[in-house]
Design a protein around this ligand. Structure first.
Ligand code: AMP
Ligand code: MG
Length: 315
């Protein structure tokens, strides 16, 4: 990747940023909470690129950013409660986890294959302008390498991600400085992460919140109950293919399906969820999917983490 561009948040900079995003590239942009690392939430390749740039070891779900409630309703199912919250607190530091609208077209890497989606409408004028110039949903976790503190200035983003992303829109310092509050609304309203909007403000509008754990945080295998579990058996690190097995390859070599014939981990991540389903369909119940070894480096760690979950015994 060429050197990371610094873009001013003027008409030319925003147009350039939107072009980069439309081409599947990655642009860091300011929000009122922290800087986000944005990519087209409909593009498997762009979203896989976000995980690669951040060096995330797991495919945890990302927040989809949209310019307003009307745009958000194209991707999630809102009930009266969700609309009331959106009317009161959007744009602003509140993320709503809602049932995913069927056929919404988001990459399964954004939702980590959950039946829900986390949506936010940011208030920062540069984030608003970028979303409108781009005209689609932006997946955007914080713009820092995995495990480091969230960036609240363009220079922080550059320190962590320079040379790993296409551009940084410089919008100065973020006002809030902590992440958005995440509210689960797929059932009982529950506080999934405290953040920039106080829980009391939410409770004043919709009543008491539960504070159960975040079921979407895949800390332990099996915790992410909705993760797609293949019906076929899985054999990991398969250097050969045994009779009757369906091979899911990586790198050159004969295989029924291949995550990336050139051995590119970002391409493999982009293809992973679709090809796992396809391999399962081809193998059929009682069949076995033989999966080629994937290097345990960079995005390979997240891919192997997901594959180990797919291979784990289930009850
Ligand atoms: P970040 O990557 O810092 O933007 O954080 C995103 C947060 O949103 C993580 O804590 C995720 O677990 C949470 N999240 C995203 N999507 C969902 C979802 N569908 N259900 C529950 N939590 C979610
Ligand atoms: Mg973060």
């Amino acid at each position: 990747m060429p050197a990371t561009l610094f873009l001013a948040p003027d008409a030319a900079g925003l147009a350039r940023a939107a072009d980069i995003l439309r081409a599947g590239g990655l642009v860091a942009f300011p929000t009122e909470t922290v800087y986000g690392l944005g990519g087209d939430a409909r593009s498997d390749r762009a979203v896989a690129g976000i995980f690669a740039a951040k060096d995330r070891p797991r495919f945890n779900p990302l927040i989809a950013h949209l310019p307003d409630l009307a745009a958000a309703e194209e991707f999630a199912l809102f009930d009266d409660r969700a609309r009331a919250l959106a009317a009161a607190f959007w744009p602003g530091p509140l993320t709503l986890v809602l049932p995913l609208r069927p056929g919404a077209g988001l990459s399964p890497l954004v939702t980590a294959e959950l039946p829900t989606v986390a949506i936010r409408v940011p208030a920062h004028p540069v984030a608003q302008a970028l979303l409108r110039a781009f005209g689609g949903p932006l997946a955007a976790p914080s713009a820092n390498p995995s495990g480091r503190v969230s960036p609240t200035r363009a220079a922080h983003v550059a320190e962590g991600l320079s040379g790993r992303i296409d551009a940084i829109l410089d919008g100065g310092a973020c006002a809030v400085g902590v992440e958005s509050t995440i509210l689960g609304l797929d059932g009982t309203a529950s506080l999934l992460r405290p953040g920039g909007l106080p829980a009391e403000s939410i409770e004043a509008l919709i009543g008491p919140l539960t504070t159960g754990g975040n079921a979407a945080k895949p800390n332990a295998p099996g915790q992410l109950a909705s993760h797609y579990a293949p019906a076929a058996a899985i054999r990991l690190n398969a250097r050969d293919t045994r009779p009757g097995e369906i091979r899911l390859g990586f790198g050159p070599g004969a295989a029924a399906l291949n995550l990336s014939p050139t051995g590119d981990l970002t391409e493999a991540a982009a293809n992973l969820f679709h090809l796992l389903r396809e391999a399962d369909r081809l193998a059929g119940p009682g069949g076995t999917i033989a999966i080629a070894p994937i290097p345990e480096t960079g995005l390979g760690r997240a891919i192997n983490d997901r594959l180990r979950r797919a291979a784990a015994p289930r009850g």
